[in-house]
Design a protein around this ligand. Structure first.
Ligand code: DGL
Length: 259
């Protein structure tokens, strides 16, 4: 079982930001990535729809023999991971907005969080936020339109920059010193974020934490691939594969698959 691949899914191409961290930390693991771009964005869908799509993605990854599933999507994690864990016999790793480190470290007592509507309206997000944010102002912002632009291959246009600026300005005005990226598509906006945010604002992205947690859970279950092989990394999308291939870089190729 330890030689089986790690399965990763997202509503689209954003979760490749998590895959990159995973691949760096666990370079000998085989991986299979699913981008459900045909159904993106998940962020405006109901909890039930997000759960059904997450089940569909999980079933395909399990059919392909995956030993563990990384839900590389905050929206799917916050809405569906409980159901996934209750219904499938493999370990699941999720990603949630990293409100805790921001809330524990803020000096200005104001933190910003940029995420999808589905994440910000989820019960899990509210539970975590309530737990850590006492005495702290949490400025929540839905990143309307950002996922759509990134899915279309745009990570740097003037339109995108203007949109992002309009989301960041109220947070800057509220004197945040931490910005939490609550969507796996957003790490691709890092160059723009660094340009638009004052230097003292720290950006929290959970990609590395997810990779470390995946490694720890694989170890705990005796599932870490100890063979020093050149891994097979497969990337499937149910939309145009060129956009994912471009985001992956380094010669990795995405393939189109109906699912
Ligand atoms: N990458 C997903 C996330 O982390 C994007 C959600 C969407 O499709 O709206 O939330």
């Amino acid at each position: 079982m330890s030689k089986q691949p790690i399965g990763i899914f997202d509503s689209g191409v954003g979760g490749t930001s998590i895959w990159k961290e995973l691949h760096l930390l666990l370079p000998h693991e085989h991986t299979i990535y699913l981008a459900d771009s045909k159904n993106a964005p998940y962020g405006y869908r109901s909890k039930q729809e997000i759960t059904e799509l997450s089940i569909k993605n999980t079933e395909l990854l399990l059919k392909k023999g995956c030993k563990i599933i990384v839900v590389a999507c905050n929206t799917a994690t916050t809405n569906a991971i409980k159901t996934l864990r209750a219904n499938f016999p493999v370990p699941f790793i999720g990603i949630e907005p990293a409100i805790k480190p921001a809330a524990l470290n803020t000096q200005t007592k104001a933190v910003g969080i940029l995420a999808t509507k589905g994440t910000l309206s989820s019960e899990l997000f509210h539970q975590t936020t309530d737990l850590y944010s006492s005495g702290i102002k949490v400025i929540e912002q839905v990143g309307d339109g950002l996922v759509e632009l990134i899915e279309s291959g745009d990570i740097g246009s003037e339109t995108l920059k203007a949109l992002l600026k309009s989301y960041l300005q109220p947070m800057i005005t509220a004197n945040i010193d931490y910005l939490v990226l609550g969507c796996t598509h957003y790490p691709y906006l890092m160059p723009l974020l660094l340009e638009l945010l004052p230097k003292h604002i720290k950006i929290i992205d959970s990609g590395l934490a997810v990779a470390k947690q995946t490694k720890a859970i694989l170890e705990q279950h005796g599932l870490l691939n100890k063979a020093l092989v050149i891994p097979k990394n497969e990337f499937y999308t149910n939309a145009d594969p060129k956009i994912m291939t471009d985001l992956l870089g380094n010669g990795f190729q995405a393939e189109q698959l109906e699912f």
